[in-house]
Design a protein around this ligand. Structure first.
Ligand code: DGJ
Length: 471
């Protein structure tokens, strides 16, 4: 039997690979760098449109299906493939409005399509949220294909076992039993639905997390412990991710515990992927950064998470390296990437000159300290910080580390980044209405000794670190 694993997931961007060779000459695989927050493009230069993705791993190839939000409200379902979660090939539209079913694109739309491989039937199955425009239908649907990139045919739609069902995911247990998990009865509970052997229908319903209003569930199993990540129901806006665990999918879930910051680093859970290698297994959290800034601009974010006993280390990584041979991950070596900050000075900043929120916090290399601008009226150009980097340098990008403790408060959105050789004449190197969350912003290389960040729209901003990229 082919070795096929169902996981879930996705992400990303530019890739660099570094080969590792052991003393005995055997390859230890390559390191792939995954950078978060950027638009993913195919080799043809098309935007990857596969949001709220579902994944299946087939012979070392990740297949990812997800919502095509190019036309915002009537998403088709696209399928992509990749060996490294970075270079994505468009396979095809697997579910299409008006084609796969007549009602799709009219009285129904698809959200959160999730992939499963059924080892018993040898078929590929998509379960998803199947909804009317006002979210009143509260239905699910199932589609099936003989091949992962084959023709997905409609199998069923409706309320599973009569239960109103919205936001959803799937989980395949080690023994091949599959579950559909969804937010039920007007977003009150989570429902765990065991699927029939052919994965075509729900055959058992267990209400879990009753009255806790959770959605975006993602389950992963480590040994005999199931971990569930989930969010609150705040539409497309991010909120606190919470974790619970149990040794039994149907009962015994521990009280929900906060992980990460109060906006889950501007994501909502989509999947947990397992990268199994010769040395270890790395778990990758995959989340949607919805509306960044519009729905079609939603990004897929991926970062490694680590489990220790019943605890999960859930920390954002703007970039990291993954080795698909050994299964290891590491921090991306950044030597030569950023301009060294020793010798930097804050010339001037809005907000506190001294104290806890002082401007110098953005240059101290410590992500736990932050600059707070003063509170002002929305629309005023109040927030600025000017830095002297000590000598002329050529720079080509900017990375703002947000104040992670502040979560969704104080984010820089509307900004100008100006550079100057003498601190008098300024050139705009980069500007926009939407500074993406904790993401490298690249611009045409500029020689400068001074730079200035100006933020216009927010009432206040708070930034933990400012880094600039060397040319
Ligand atoms: C939040 C869900 O998580 C999304 O998948 C989507 O259904 C939006 N709600 C719709 O408002």
């Amino acid at each position: 039997m082919k070795r096929i694993e169902i996981l879930i997931l996705c992400v990303m961007l530019a890739v660099t690979t570094t080969a590792g060779v052991k003393a005995d000459g055997k390859s230890e695989g390559e390191w792939t760098t995954i950078r978060n927050g950027q638009v993913w493009l195919t080799a043809e230069g098309d935007t990857v449109q596969a949001h709220a993705p579902g994944f299946v791993l087939v012979d070392g190839v990740w297949y990812m299906c997800g919502e095509d939000r190019a036309n915002t409200w009537r998403p088709d379902v696209n399928l992509y493939s990749s060996r490294d979660l970075v270079n994505w090939k468009f396979e095809k539209k697997i579910i299409e409005n008006g084609v796969t079913t007549k009602e799709l694109g009219r009285s129904r739309m698809i959200e959160r399509p999730k992939l499963l491989y059924n080892p018993k039937t040898g078929k590929y199955v998509v379960w998803c949220h199947y909804e009317s425009r006002n979210y009143g239908a509260s239905e699910a649907a199932c589609f099936e294909s003989d091949k992962v990139n084959g023709e997905y045919k409609y199998v069923w739609s409706g309320r599973p076992l009569g239960v109103k069902s919205r936001d959803c995911n799937v989980f395949q247990d080690k023994e091949g039993t599959a579950y559909f998990i969804s937010t039920t009865e007007e977003n009150q509970h989570l429902g765990l639905f065991r699927l029939s052997e052919d994965y075509h229908e729900a055959v058992e319903h267990t209400e879990i997390f009753s009255h806790q209003r959770r959605e975006a569930p993602a389950i992963v199993r480590l040994g005999d412990t199931y971990f569930m990540f989930s969010s609150a129901c705040t539409g497309w806006d991010p909120n606190q991710c919470k974790l619970s665990y149990s040794n039994d999918l149907r009962q015994g879930w521990t009280p929900l515990e906060n992980i990460g910051n109060n906006i889950a680093f501007d994501t909502q859970a989509a999947a947990i992927l397992e990268v199994r290698g010769t040395k270890t297994t790395t778990y990758l959290y995959v989340g949607d950064r919805w509306q960044d800034p519009g729905l079609p601009d939603t990004k897929t974010i991926i970062f490694p998470i680590e489990f220790e006993g019943e605890k999960c280390k859930f920390e954002y990584h703007e970039r990291f390296d993954i080795n698909f041979t050994t299964g290891e991950w590491r921090e991306t070596p950044t030597d030569g990437l950023f301009v060294d900050k020793s010798g930097w000075k804050v010339v001037e900043s809005s907000g506190e000159a001294e104290g806890r929120g002082a401007g110098r916090n953005v240059i101290d290399g410590d992500k736990t300290t932050a600059w707070f601008s003063r509170q002002g009226e929305e629309g005023e150009a109040l927030h600025f910080i000017q830095i002297d980097v000590g000598r002329k340098q050529k720079i080509r990008g900017l990375l703002l580390t947000p104040n992670l403790q502040a979560g969704g408060r104080g984010l820089v959105r509307d900004y100008e980044f100006l550079v100057s050789a003498d601190g008098k004449e300024w050139t705009v190197a980069s500007s926009g209405r939407w500074m993406p969350y904790y993401t490298e912003v690249d611009f045409e290389a500029q020689e400068c000794r001074y730079f200035k960040l100006v933020c216009k729209r927010s009432r206040f901003v708070s930034v933990a670190e400012i880094d600039v990229m060397k040319e």
